[in-house]
Design a protein around this ligand. Structure first.
Ligand SMILES: [Fe+2]
Length: 465
């Protein structure tokens, strides 16, 4: 009897183990160095100050309105304020327009910024290449961008995903890899933690300047959609810097008023067939807070007939099975996950954890204080959660993972890289993740997305007899 009992218990245990193995996701066996990275030295060519008196530097653009007919052009001049005017013209057009912007400076501890210019251009034609010129009156520099097609449900559009970039040699590889990708990303969705200047004594803001010059080769030519991370806080009261997000909010303007937000830290845009909501993990988000009120009124305004793809960006992931930052996103998950499921968000991109991870479609919203249900379950209305905090900053990779891999985790790997979210039409989009060590066309992980809104509209198939 005893023998058969132990045999039975053994069989059950084996069965549970096999079950877990079968249902678990993939933990990549790809192994990389684990030592920390170092920032590129100040005299690196990617940090080069453009030649000429008062030459505009750190040029970058982002969307400047709700729909994609506007662009915010930002740049810094070092010697004097100069002009905040942008000249711009459509390709193959003789007409030159101008838009006037503003100039500002800020101080941080013993650092004084250059003259930071922000100029919003509005009323552009859709799907048009424009050239623009900054530095009027002194040394001028020219760049170009292409406006997105008019918002519509079947407009294809390709986004790049980059997070936690920093300014190491790996960061440089990530940007190059993204730029050379045959997927040809048209806009970067950036999930927070930009320069990592706060890793230097007194948050040496010179590293904000080098970062601005480093990313110019992409960000001057296509919009980067900004999300604030913890490395944007720069909150150090003991050196007289008690105002969170000071360097970030002075340097990176976003069109938050166009989505009725009261803060540049949370806002939304519509671009092509997507509605993109940016949230702030490090601002108050509890019930009744400005962010909560804005987010919960924004979701009902999303028109999935016009923009079927609903994308949410935040810095701290709600689902992550790495040991680093484990459960840091839990409070935000408890507050916001029911909304993400109710409104059928397609995908949530986050950073913060310096690695890559993709979740299954799961939710964990049944818990209340007495029922004890606290395990994620499969949920067709839930978003896929993707952590893409693997841009390559000086803090190195997050290599320690919780074991065993939880069932909600579909794929995880501690490599530097970037993602591509390629919207094909109203029903399908293709996501791929590229690690830096591979060729530009190699996908280490990928997933076809079936749009949540249109999938929920599908009628169950009826057998025809
Ligand atoms: Fe972070």
């Amino acid at each position: 009897m005893g023998f058969y009992f132990f045999l039975f218990v053994g069989w059950i245990l084996l069965d549970i183990q096999v079950l877990e193995l079968c249902e678990a996701g993939i933990t990549s066996s790809y192994v990389r160095k684990t030592d920390l990275d170092i920032d590129m030295p100040l005299d690196s060519d990617v940090f080069r100050v453009p030649p000429g008196y008062n030459a505009p530097q750190q040029v970058h653009i982002t969307q400047g309105d709700r729909e994609g007919k506007g662009v915010i052009v930002s740049w810094i001049t070092a010697d004097e304020p100069g002009s905040s005017t942008v000249l711009y013209w459509a390709e193959n057009s003789e007409l030159i327009y101008h838009a006037d912007g503003t100039v500002l400076t800020y101080k941080y501890y013993n650092y004084t910024s250059g003259f930071i210019h922000h100029c919003t251009i509005k009323g552009l034609e859709y799907d048009t290449k424009y050239y623009y010129e900054v530095g009027i009156g002194n040394t001028t520099r020219q760049f170009w961008f292409i406006t997105p097609p008019k918002v519509g449900p079947d407009v294809p559009y390709t986004f790049g995903l980059i997070g936690d970039l920093g300014q190491t040699y790996d960061s440089n590889t990530t940007v190059t890899h993204y730029q050379m990708s045959p997927a040809k990303g048209q806009t970067v969705l950036y999930v927070g933690d930009l320069s990592y200047a706060d890793n230097y004594p007194y948050h040496n803001n010179i590293r904000w300047d080098t970062w601005g010059r480093f990313i110019e080769r992409s960000a001057a030519y296509q919009p980067w959609i900004w999300t604030a991370g913890n490395h944007e806080l720069d909150f150090v009261p003991k050196i007289g810097e008690p105002k969170p997000f000071k360097p970030y909010t002075h340097r990176y303007f976003v069109p938050y008023r166009a989505s009725d937000s009261t803060s540049p830290l949370w806002y939304s845009i519509r671009r092509a067939s997507t509605h993109i909501i940016v949230m702030s993990s490090y601002s108050a988000f509890g019930k009744y807070t400005p962010q909560y009120k804005w987010f919960t009124s924004e979701l009902p305004r999303v028109n999935r007939s016009e923009t079927p793809w609903l994308i949410v960006l935040m810095h701290c992931p709600m689902y992550s099975s790495y040991e680093t930052h484990y459960m840091e996103g839990e409070t935000m998950r408890v507050m916001y996950e029911p909304w993400l499921v109710k409104y059928k968000v397609d995908v949530v991109f986050a950073g913060h954890v310096h690695a890559y991870e993709r979740s299954e479609r799961i939710s964990n919203i049944k818990y209340d204080i007495v029922n004890g249900r606290c395990t994620p379950v499969n949920d067709e209305s839930a978003p896929v959660y993707i952590t893409i905090g693997d841009g390559g900053n000086l803090e190195g990779l997050a290599t320690k993972m919780t074991q065993p891999q939880p069932k909600y985790s579909a794929y995880r790997e501690a490599s530097f890289g970037h993602g591509i979210f390629d919207v094909k039409n109203r029903t399908h989009a293709y996501f791929s993740w590229n690690r830096n060590q591979d060729g530009v066309a190699v996908e280490a992980d990928s997933l076809w997305f079936h749009n949540r809104y249109w999938k929920s509209m599908e009628k169950p198939s009826v057998a025809v007899l």
